[in-house]
Design a protein around this ligand. Structure first.
Ligand code: MLT
Ligand code: MN
Ligand code: ZN
Length: 310
């Protein structure tokens, strides 16, 4: 299985266009040892020919231009992107669909909750009907069904499993305050040929027994790296919301709750990688003490263009 990180930043990317915080300003001025990052999305492939996007970022145009693997190959109009799987209906994960409107009808894999948001309060799928159109593949994660395995045409050696996880529906969604099973999923992907597995979860609010079970079975973890600390936005004067308010488990824990670093340290995955890094997170600074701590645990920080082969 090949994984290509198209974007490794959280909503807003890094540096964020309107942000003058120490890190965003420092990156712009070349005073910080940190790479710019577009908003999060990854592409996966079994053969390097057909690719599936996991989330479609608003930065998709820039991302698709940058990576030759995703360029057209034959014929006048062509794309190796055969499907888009959505983890939630957040703006930074779905608006890239609009950037694919010049291409063929898009095969979209998502839960009923996500299809509902994207056809009612944020009706981009209806809008796309006037362009390329979308073919819906309903992932039956809803009600008491908390996981569902599925295959994608053209990816015969990969089995995908959508797993309901604790998280937050987008701020615009009626589910924001009324969490519904299917608002947020993680993906567990198995490659039958290589015998390898990936757990992908860019927005994960809590790791309980169920999430841990999936994480324990994965060779590679690619998980929520949004915030280092619960009150990071407040500390930086950037906002009032905590990591929990936004549906993200911070890397550092407290006596009542282990952080993502503790969780990852307790798994046996070969690769442990944080993705969807917010511009306020000190791990963006490659010389930071927080980054050294991650290194000590064998935890990597995803960057745009990172390739992982499993
Ligand atoms: C989040 O995951 O909380 C987002 O990155 C917020 C956003 O899209 O602005
Ligand atoms: Mn996000
Ligand atoms: Zn900033």
């Amino acid at each position: 299985m090949k994984i290509l990180v198209l974007g490794s930043g959280a909503g807003g990317g890094f540096p964020q266009w309107n942000c003058n915080c120490r890190q965003c300003a420092g990156q712009r001025q070349g005073e910080l040892t940190a790479h710019a990052r577009t908003q999060s999305s990854i592409a996966v492939s079994a053969d390097g020919q057909a690719w599936a996007l996991l989330n479609a970022s608003p930065d998709i145009g820039q991302q698709l231009r940058r990576y030759p693997q995703l360029h057209p190959r034959q014929g006048l109009r062509d794309t190796p992107i055969k499907a888009v799987v959505l983890m939630d209906a957040q703006i930074d994960h779905v608006t890239g669909l609009l950037g694919m409107r010049e291409g063929p009808c898009i095969d979209v894999y998502a839960t009923p909750c996500v299809f509902e948001d994207l056809t009612t309060v944020f009706p981009i799928l209806g809008v796309l009907e006037h362009y390329c159109g979308t073919r819906w593949h309903m992932l039956p994660v809803a009600g008491s069904t908390t996981s569902a395995s599925f295959m994608i045409d053209g990816f015969a050696s990969l089995r995908f499993t959508a797993v309901a996880i604790p998280g937050k529906a987008p701020p615009y969604s009626p589910h924001r305050r009324d969490h519904t099973v299917g608002d947020n999923i993680a993906l567990f992907i198995e490659d039958f040929h290589e015998g390898s597995t990936l757990f992908y979860s860019p927005g994960l609010a809590h790791v309980g027994a169920e999430e841990l079970k999936w994480m324990h079975d994965a060779d590679c973890l690619l998980v929520d790296g949004t915030f280092w600390a619960e009150d990071e936005m407040q500390q930086a004067g950037l906002g009032r919301k905590t990591a929990s308010d936004m549906g993200h488990l911070p890397q550092t824990g407290d006596p009542t709750r282990p952080g993502m670093v503790d969780v990852m340290a307790a798994t046996a995955a070969r690769r442990k990688v944080l993705i969807h890094i917010n511009n306020s997170n000190p791990i963006l600074d490659e010389t930071s003490e927080q980054r050294r701590l991650l290194d000590g645990h064998g935890i990597e920080v995803a960057y745009d263009g990172m390739e992982i082969t499993l």
